[in-house]
Write a protein that binds this ligand. Structure first.
Ligand SMILES: [Fe+2]
Ligand SMILES: [Fe+2]
Length: 191
């Protein structure tokens, strides 16, 4: 369903256990970035009205998630602050082809894969974090990130035939797994 070619390792769960406040701050940044990604796609493809309507729903949902994470941080007395991002997002962005329509396909599929990985990790968090409030929180976010993944893949089919989108998704998801496999010393949602 999620089109990922690897499962997150125990190493990441150990990072979560030892750096939970930092992971939560990074999660807030991820939601803000997810809203910004959808907004940037609106700017890039504004004449494609059906696409723009779907993207604007994603912007609204991601901003709502951003606020929910900020409220969670506030309840826990965790200060929201700037963080150096993991290399994950930048490395994925480098895979986007420069020429349209491949560029649109890749931007949407990269967004889809980031949603998928977030979703996979929210599932791990809801099952493995020894904290009832957090488990319920990640359970509540899981479904919408899975839906965003599917929506982005469908949107890519707006720019190329579905078999070509599926082939490119396989290539990009293989690269996504490779990017994650060495791990990142920074404890992040995508480390
Ligand atoms: Fe989100
Ligand atoms: Fe999302």
């Amino acid at each position: 369903m999620l089109n990922l070619q690897s499962t997150s390792s125990q190493r990441w769960l150990e990072q979560v256990r030892s750096h939970l406040p930092e992971i939560l701050v990074d999660h807030a940044h991820c939601e803000k970035k997810a809203a910004s990604t959808a907004m940037n796609l609106i700017f890039a493809y504004v004449e494609q009205v059906p696409l723009v309507l779907g993207l604007s729903e994603i912007v609204t949902e991601e901003l709502a998630h951003f606020r929910l994470v900020l409220e969670l941080l506030n309840r826990r007395g965790i200060e929201f602050r700037r963080l150096k991002p993991a290399g994950y997002g930048q490395q994925l962005a480098e895979l986007v082809r420069p020429q349209e329509p491949g560029r649109a396909v890749d931007r949407l599929l990269v967004a889809a894969l980031i949603e998928a990985r977030s979703c996979e990790r929210f599932d791990l968090l809801r099952r493995h974090v020894d904290d009832a409030e957090l488990a319920a929180f990640y359970d509540s976010l899981f479904e919408s990130e899975a839906r965003h993944h599917t929506t982005y893949v469908q949107m890519a089919c707006h720019f190329a035939p579905e078999p070509a989108v599926r082939d490119r998704l396989l290539e990009l998801s293989a690269a996504e797994s490779q990017i994650l496999s060495p791990g990142d010393p920074l404890p992040r949602m995508h480390s």
